[in-house]
Design a protein around this ligand. Structure first.
Ligand code: PLP
Length: 414
């Protein structure tokens, strides 16, 4: 089965008891049983079943099974948000005194989380390029995890997944990747050696901009060494599933960041069109980036532009697609604001991965709490606009953006 057929007819598509084509929405807090013995067995994990939605729910399971299959994982656990998925996955493995080596140019919320983890004694160092030489200078005995975004938002750096996984594994370190912007349509990181894949489902997996969520997919590849990872010691008997078992039966339950059943349903139906949407979004982004790149006053950042430093990954790793995000620098913050205000179809909103084109000035919003140096290290500049390209007609988007740039120029008579 190819991508779209597997999406709709894969093993993960369950048969529902009344023949429903979609999973019923189990919008309940708890599940009742005829006898106390039955419920006891569920709590003892001796019988499959559901007790309480924070620790499991059939609608969440239906969504998890599909993402697990799409990514080729051993287990998948969905969370209340992308940030909750990143937090739960890191805390399942790490303890005070550990270090993370993280890619640069990451989503601002993740950078904020790394600051929060400092207070728990978990230190993060940032790798500009993730090359072997650079990693040699950053990895220490305390490094317990490498974390990176597959295509970083918004800087558009691409992670060499296979190369980084090989480097990490040779040193007994797992590679966790945030694949939100790439989606399994562009790349399935577990097949290239990543150990855990995280998505903010609020973006492309959902696609409709209607619910916040996150998901963690465990490849089930790692034999966790309990001495290096004491947080997993108690779960060592589960072998390569120790991460998922601790996450599902311990940390995720206790942190309380489950996905709402209604959101799992909305994500489930969003997934149906993931392939179609990504094809169209990537086509539009490519057309728009090339058109904007013709304007000498703009500096455009998009992966399919031939001069892009990560251009070669489009063919070698990203299924020939450049993703749905592009950025451009307008010259000054004022010009950037004017362009944003002139757009008709690009909606000013703080999200990505919607079917509608969304635009934002990251420096004054998403990165407002980051220091200038940190912003620039993340590829965010005062004059930069981020565009999350939607599924509108490419010709209309090009016309809208070119008109907005021209109108913005007229203000100062240039
Ligand atoms: N990861 C990436 C790459 C993101 O862009 C975002 C949000 O923009 C997140 C994680 C956080 O996701 P959420 O907003 O669902 O918590």
């Amino acid at each position: 089965m190819k991508f779209n057929t597997r999406l709709l007819h894969g093993k993960a598509i369950q048969k529902n008891s009344k023949g429903e084509i979609l999973p019923p929405i189990s919008q309940v807090s708890a599940f009742r049983y005829e006898s106390m013995e039955e419920l006891e067995k569920i709590f003892q994990h001796k019988r499959m079943g559901y007790a309480y939605t924070r620790i499991g729910n059939p609608t969440l399971s239906a969504f998890e099974q599909r993402v697990k299959e799409l990514e080729g994982g051993a287990d998948a656990i969905c969370c209340s948000s992308g940030m909750s998925a990143i937090t739960a996955s890191l805390l399942t493995v790490l303890a005070g005194g550990d270090e993370i080596v993280a890619g640069s140019g990451l989503y601002g919320g993740t950078i904020g989380l790394f600051h929060d983890l400092e207070k728990l004694g978990i230190h993060t160092v940032s790798a500009e390029q993730m090359t072997e030489e650079e990693l040699d200078g950053l990895v220490t005995e305390r490094t317990k995890l490498i974390f990176a975004e597959v295509i970083s938002n918004p800087s558009l750096k691409v992670l060499d997944i296979a190369g980084t996984a090989a480097y990490a594994h040779a040193r007994g370190i797992p590679l966790f990747v945030d694949a939100t912007t790439a989606t399994p349509c562009l790349v399935r990181p577990l097949t290239l050696g990543a150990d855990v894949v995280i998505h903010s489902t609020s973006k492309y997996l959902n696609g409709g901009g209607n619910s916040i969520g996150g998901i963690i997919v465990d490849g089930g590849h790692i034999r966790w060494d309990p001495e290096r990872y004491p947080a997993l010691e108690e779960f060592a008997r589960y072998g390569s599933m120790a991460f998922s078992v601790r996450l599902r039966t311990d940390l995720w339950e206790n942190l309380g960041g489950c996905m709402a059943p209604m959101n799992a349903f909305l994500n489930y139906i969003g997934l149906d069109t993931l392939g179609l949407r990504m094809e169209r979004i990537c086509h539009n982004a490519d057309v728009l980036a090339h058109a904007l790149n013709e304007l000498p006053q703009l500096e455009v950042n998009y992966l399919t532009l031939p001069a892009h430093p990560y251009h070669s990954f489009v063919e070698s790793q990203l299924n020939g697609l450049g993703g749905g995000i592009l950025n451009f620098r307008a010259g000054t913050k004022e010009k950037a604001f004017r362009i944003l205000n002139e757009l008709k179809y690009g909606l000013i909103a703080s999200n990505i991965g919607d079917v509608r084109t969304l635009v934002i000035h990251p420096a004054s919003t998403l990165y407002i709490h980051n220091a200038k140096e940190e912003r620039e290290a993340a590829g965010v500049y005062e004059d930069m606009i981020r565009v999350s390209v939607g599924i509108e007609d490419a010709e209309d988007l090009v016309e809208d953006f070119i008109c907005a740039v021209k109108k913005a120029e007229q203000y100062d008579g240039t």
